[in-house]
Design a protein around this ligand. Structure first.
Ligand SMILES: [Zn+2]
Length: 177
């Protein structure tokens, strides 16, 4: 899977997890999903996408407050989310650092084997796990109990379904189907 990067290849084609390639300039900032010639749709994520793409603002706040980041970014961002997804599914996601490409408007790009909806579910599942872990270490039994109870009733697929429906009106690119 770990193909060697060709130096100076920015702006050229990126190899997708399915083996097809896509040109960077075909991926504009509003794009959430790429209709690939392999017949599948692949989720497209950029570092400029807010956490709100996946979770409501209040959960974004919880994540920013509770998750300590171990790198140069001061707070939890979409880049951290995609780092976690890649750790969990190394074969299913490719990333590309485009920070040298001034014209594209974003620095990091991730392309997934999953479509945007499946990626959304994966992200929510992983974030819930992360919060569960953080809360269980928080030394606050009441908060832990409350969270465990919330988690017990939480349905990832239903949440994603509803969230995507609500957000569908915000941008023409974010189609739920
Ligand atoms: Zn493909």
């Amino acid at each position: 899977m770990a193909e060697p990067r060709v130096p100076g290849s920015e702006g050229a084609d990126i190899e997708l997890p399915c083996g097809e390639t896509v040109a960077v300039h075909d991926l504009d900032m509003g794009l959430r999903e790429y209709d690939c010639s392999c017949g599948d749709a692949h989720a497209v994520v950029m570092d400029v996408h807010p956490l709100g793409r996946f979770v409501p603002e209040f959960l974004g706040d919880v994540l920013r407050e509770t998750i300590e980041t171990a790198d140069e970014f001061p707070e939890f961002t979409t880049a951290h989310v995609m780092g976690i997804v890649m750790e969990e599914f190394p074969e299913a996601v490719v990333s590309e650092d485009l920070s040298e490409e001034g014209s594209v408007g974003y620095s990091m790009l991730w392309l997934a084997d999953f479509d945007a909806r499946r990626l959304h579910e994966v992200v929510v599942e992983l974030l819930v796990e992360l919060m569960d872990h953080a809360v269980s270490h928080a030394d606050d039994d009441e908060a832990t109990d409350q969270f465990e109870q919330w988690l017990h009733e939480f349905d990832v697929a239903a949440f994603v379904e509803q969230y995507r429906e609500e957000r569908e009106f915000e941008t023409e690119h974010d189609s739920a189907v």
